[in-house]
Ligand binder design. Structure first.
Ligand code: BTN
Length: 244
């Protein structure tokens, strides 16, 4: 792991992608910004983070053992790595992975993941794994949804760079575990920590409500829900909404 620290960047994912374009990117490099002015989230959302208080970084990997069709494995491993880190940091809280890859503590979002793959000739040359983890921030803007942070949960103050080392190590370990058993162990960890797994819940699909149980995720990363009639429905990102 090599950590490149910047006082200010527009987006650590953008910077990582520039390094890739310039041929300067290396497996295991971490781009960490103390302040990020244009943090990007999934589905063109923005990512809010008070300068110096949280972790906003991108890990660059060269996952040459993973085919593009199996890219959701990377998402699963990163989610599991963050879950393991949080479990050590705050064992007694209710920590879950909200499909596809948001991390929630006590039903509030503590971390988000934005992964961007650089694919050529049906090979993943690089993956840029962007992570935002709320650490010491305790006030958030109204448009941030229902966020939480390590400090809000434990009332402790953290050294963000120490947390970066511990978190990045946990993520790299989870990514390494993909090489064992075709990633099956990592997939079962992901499922075990999935929010609302096997619970009968209501979800929104377009403007309608459906009732069903999450039973798994298919190899393409689509969420599988069994409805009241026993039918298995599959949803891509943004095709289904949770009611928390
Ligand atoms: C989401 O939940 O929508 C994903 C948020 C990802 C935010 C991180 S912060 C570091 C990296 N750089 C970015 O521009 N975005 C990711």
């Amino acid at each position: 792991m090599q950590i490149l620290k910047f006082e200010h960047l527009d987006s650590t994912n953008n910077h990582a992608k520039t390094l890739i374009k310039e041929g300067k990117a290396k497996n295991g490099q971490i781009i960490y910004a103390v302040a990020q002015s244009e943090g990007r989230g999934q589905a063109s959302n923005t990512w809010e983070s008070e300068p110096g208080k949280n972790l906003t970084f991108s890990l660059i990997i060269q996952p040459n053992h993973i085919e593009p069709k199996d890219q959701f494995l990377i998402s699963q491993a990163v989610s599991v790595g963050i879950w393991n880190y949080l479990k050590s940091a705050m064992g007694n809280e209710s920590i879950h992975i909200k499909w596809p890859n948001d991390i929630y503590v006590n039903l509030k979002k503590i971390a988000g993941i934005l992964i961007e793959h650089h694919i050529q000739n049906n090979q993943i040359l690089f993956s840029v794994i962007g992570i935002g983890l709320n650490v010491n921030q305790t006030k958030f803007s109204e448009k941030a949804g229902t966020p939480t942070s390590l400090s809000l949960i434990t009332t402790m103050q953290y050294n963000v760079e120490t947390e970066l080392d511990t978190l990045a190590t946990s993520i790299v370990n989870a990514l390494d575990s993909l090489q064992i058993n075709n990633g099956k162990d990592c997939q079962s960890q992901y499922l075990k920590h999935l929010l609302f797994l096997n619970e009968e819940r209501e979800y929104t699909v377009n403007t309608k409500k459906i009732t069903g149980k999450i039973i798994g995720v298919n190899p393409f990363g689509q969420l599988q829900i069994q409805d009241k009639n026993g039918a298995i429905l599959e949803f891509g990102f943004k095709e289904i909404g949770y009611i928390l």
